[in-house]
Design a protein around this ligand. Structure first.
Ligand code: LLP
Length: 430
């Protein structure tokens, strides 16, 4: 992670702000995100598309990674588009003032209510994931006497090497239509026949936390072959190609994600070469990074509740959060680095299990983690929690969701308030 340092008191600082003071001022657990590096990452994507693909494309931030009004506002200010996957994310984006035309609405089951909401609010692209959706969307658009601009989700049949729960490009995935067996082409044919449907984009997403450029380049080739097949057999040139997200980040030592600029350069070269070879106009490109924009731009601060010695086992460091604010170890055995923020100048001389506080043995943030000797009352930082933490948090055990703070130089601003006891019973009928 960038912008981490240790100050004269031996405290961990993030963007020059003492994290121990952040914990004192805002309470724990606390999500802290660095606004400056998030903005820089947005610009890097934008500039790479400009440099290597002549600006004929857009980066649409995948808001499922971290979504709140202020985040959507930041994205709009940076000129990016937004990938959303529910009416809730659309609502948040609209509330933030995002341009609906730059919203890309994904998901493998969208309700009629969601279709209607997206059409009423002039959402730019609505993804069609299955035949049922194609038919239902056409009906809803017909009732409203409008045309739905769609993206058609396909499975390029690519096996990206990542955790099986987050890989999505293979033919047995639950998302989209198979190219290989003609299913996708058949659906394009149908889509072109529907009165109230306009096919703008073919899209895919091969998986998440991918470290290599190669699967992206390979996928681009497959997708362009498919666009050429559509042109040859149906006489229609699809103007846009959406290659999804999946750019990996470093969580722990030993992980080496590719450079995004180089990846976009390689993909652009392949797209241009393929288009020349196949006689296609270069499509407008859409990229949808989520994790890469926010993941290593955030950390979570906890207070250590106690340290339990275990016979023949690693000590258990128990914190005031856990799987309710970060379910990723429980779900994917995702690895993280932790630091005792008030002892950041000390060596990591213990190996611990980091445990959450809910009534689940599986409520852990990691095992075999090197850590400074910890004791009750210490402030503990878990790094690179900016993506898929807050957005996947829950109220299990009626835990209150933490606040989210953006830091920008010397300023810390609450962008999501900490939940209160009253929030927990807000929808309960009492
Ligand atoms: N586009 C589509 C259509 C997607 O389904 C996703 C993520 C993205 C873009 C953004 O992918 P990213 O750049 O963030 O890798 N909860 C899991 C990750 C699930 C990703 C789902 N789709 C995790 O915590 O690792």
């Amino acid at each position: 992670m960038e912008n981490l340092a240790v100050n004269g008191k031996g405290h961990l600082t993030f963007n020059k702000i003492d994290t121990v003071l952040l914990a004192r001022d805002f309470g724990t657990p606390l999500y802290v995100m660095d606004e400056l590096t998030m903005r820089k990452e947005c610009r890097d994507f934008k500039e790479s598309i400009a440099k290597y693909y002549g600006g004929h494309g857009i980066t649409a931030y995948a808001s499922k990674a971290f979504c709140c009004v202020q985040m959507c506002r930041l994205i709009a200010e940076e000129g990016l588009g937004l990938d959303v996957s529910s009416i809730g994310e659309i609502h948040t984006a609209l509330r933030a003032g995002c341009n609906p035309r730059k919203i890309y609405f994904h998901g493998n089951f969208k309700t009629d209510e969601e279709f209607a909401y997206a059409l009423d609010n002039k959402v730019g692209r609505i993804e069609v994931d299955n035949l049922d959706e194609l038919e239902r969307l056409n009906v809803v658009a017909c009732e409203k006497n409008v045309t739905a601009d769609i993206m058609l989700r396909v499975k390029p049949g690519v096996d990206a090497h990542t955790h099986s729960f987050i890989k999505t490009g293979k033919n047995d995935s639950k998302f989209g239509f198979i190219i290989e067996n003609g299913e996708a082409l058949e659906t394009v044919k149908k889509a072109l026949e529907y009165e109230n449907i306009s096919l703008k984009t073919i899209n895919c997403h091969i998986g998440s936390q991918i470290f290599d450029t190669e699967p992206f380049v390979h996928t681009a080739g497959i997708m362009l072959d498919f666009l050429a097949q559509i042109k040859a057999e149906l006489g229609y040139e699809v103007p846009e190609l959406n290659l999804g997200g999946g750019f990996g980040i470093k969580y722990v030592d030993g992980q080496e994600p590719m450079d995004v600029g180089e990846c976009i350069e390689s993909v652009s070269l392949r797209v241009k070469a393929k288009c020349a070879e196949l006689g296609l106009a270069q499509p407008y490109i859409i990229l949808e990074p989520g994790r890469k924009i926010v993941g290593d731009k955030g950390l979570t601060l906890y207070t250590v509740g106690c340290v339990k010695e275990i016979p023949d086992g690693d000590p258990k460091v128990i914190v005031d959060g856990g799987m309710t604010d970060n379910p990723r170890y429980a779900l994917y055995q995702a690895e993280y680095e932790a630091i005792v923020a008030n002892k950041a100048d000390k060596p990591k001389d213990t190996i611990v299990s980091l445990c959450g506080r809910t009534c689940e043995s599986g409520d852990m943030l990691g095992e075999k983690m090197p850590l400074q000797s910890a004791e009750a009352g210490d402030i503990l930082a878990v790094l690179a929690t900016g993506a898929y933490n807050y957005s996947m948090s829950s109220n299990y055990n009626r835990m209150m969701k933490p606040a989210v703070v953006f830091v920008n130089r010397n300023r810390a601003t609450v962008v999501v308030k900490r939940e209160t006891l009253d929030d927990l019973i807000r929808n309960d009928v009492v």
